[in-house]
Write a new protein. Structure first.
Length: 163
């Protein structure tokens, strides 16, 4: 089985009956984050993200499911399917994965899918410390990676022009 990513706030979703994607918002908790070293932006999306305000713009364009001419979409998530049910977060919800789907009240089917899970790798100082020095030297021969770990002088207390 292939690795599946946890979906975080800012993930892009689309509806099979709409034309434009929209970004997910997390409103049900402020505690659990994924792949966010500062724990400030990437809240984990759970099955509790339901209702009318779960997306930034709260629309996927025009809803072709509602007839012709298609009226504007009004997203109303009623439930999530194919979530990770082995971990329950503090809000009582289960973790949404990148292959999970949401059911919209208008369509009545799992028509909302995740097209981008929202996670982005963030390099930290620890990543540089753990890097293989030989590989780093081959990739970027003009940079001395070891000097990146040395503490840089701050020049505090030295006035300009006076030695």
């Amino acid at each position: 089985m292939a690795e599946k990513h946890i979906v975080v706030q800012g993930a892009m979703c689309k509806c099979q009956f709409g034309q434009i994607p929209d970004k997910l918002k997390v409103l049900t908790h402020q505690k659990e984050y994924a792949n966010d070293k500062d724990a400030s932006k990437k809240l984990i999306v759970t099955t509790k993200e339901i209702g009318a305000a779960t997306f930034e713009k709260n629309t996927f364009g025009n809803c072709t499911r509602m007839g012709s001419p298609p009226p504007p979409c009004r997203i109303m998530v009623t439930q999530w399917q194919d979530f990770y049910d082995k971990v329950q977060l503090s809000n009582g919800g289960f973790i949404i994965l990148e292959d999970s789907k949401a059911i919209c009240a208008i369509a009545g089917t799992p028509c909302i899918e995740i097209i981008d899970h929202g996670q982005r790798a963030e390099a930290s100082q620890q990543n540089f410390k753990n890097a293989d020095q030989d590989v780093q030297q081959q990739i970027n021969p003009l940079v001395n990676a070891e000097s990146m770990h040395e503490k840089q002088p701050t020049h505090k207390g030295i006035e300009h022009g006076i030695i």
